[in-house]
Design a protein around this ligand. Sequence first.
Ligand code: SF4
Length: 334
Amino acid sequence: MFSEEFSEALLFWYDQAQRKLPWRLKVSNPYYTWLSEIMLQQTTVSTVIPYFQTFVQKWPTITALANASLQDILVAWQGLGYYSRARNLHAAAQALALSDAFPRTEEALRKLPGIGPYTAAAIASIAFGQRAAAVDGNVVRVMSRFFALETPQPIEEVRERLQALLPHARCGDFTQALMELGALVCRVKNPQCTICPLRHRCAAYALGKAENFPVKIPKAKIPTRTTTAFVIRRAIDGAVLLRRRPLKGLLGGMMEVPSTPWEERREPHEITGVRVRHTFTHFHLEIDVRMRTPSPWEEEDERTGIWVKPQDLKDHPLPTVIKKILKAGFSGKL
Ligand code: SF4
């Protein structure tokens, strides 16, 4: 049968070629699977590995993670981006610590904060061996090529086709194998078709057009927002003024320096300090960084924020954009 041939070829390849990754254990551990899947969203494996190791060293169990402070988790997450993932991770750990067992089905997993359809299917499949179709970017690419799908972003079509291919045994390995094939062989650029275990049945390979799939949709241009950010330092000890961003929304709960609203403007943005640029998923931010000393009320009024000495900045959750601003404000001495 076609589906058996597909999974046999894929699993045979996976048994020889899979990478050793710290979350791939002989006996599955749902905590490791969940943590790695959350970290791997929008992030590469090589970036995730040291973060994953730090997390499981600091918080070896879900209960330990639930008992950690959000501040400590955000500090450990610094540089990984998409900070709502860290906040949801903490909230989900607290919910899990109160429940009897880790949920095993896609439906139950989706009730946890930060777990969408892909992550639920990935955990159900990898940690519990369920026949769940986990469709991430790698899987979309492999399947779009294998079936030469003409639709851009064919997530539903891929899910249906994948569901029909899922084996009755080793489902978790099958899911990981397909993702691994996308990462190592059926790569975005220069797919290695000649060593691919699926090449004999691959439609894109037969057409000689692997790189034409998945069909692309033209990228929308993202807008540029501007702001003026203030690096305010006390003369007495060089401490810098930081404040916490609201918990909800972009970079929620992270620390920042005071700045004007981040907005698109019609008039040109005049830069009188140091120019810094940062790109988020949906917009570019052009920042005019200005340095100054505090006014007397800023030094005295606790509502303004907290004063942090340069050597203590590492203990506070600072997103990359704020690190760039501080670096510019400290003239590269951060
Ligand atoms: S043969 Fe090429 S295009 Fe087809 S699945 Fe393999 S690597 Fe991807």
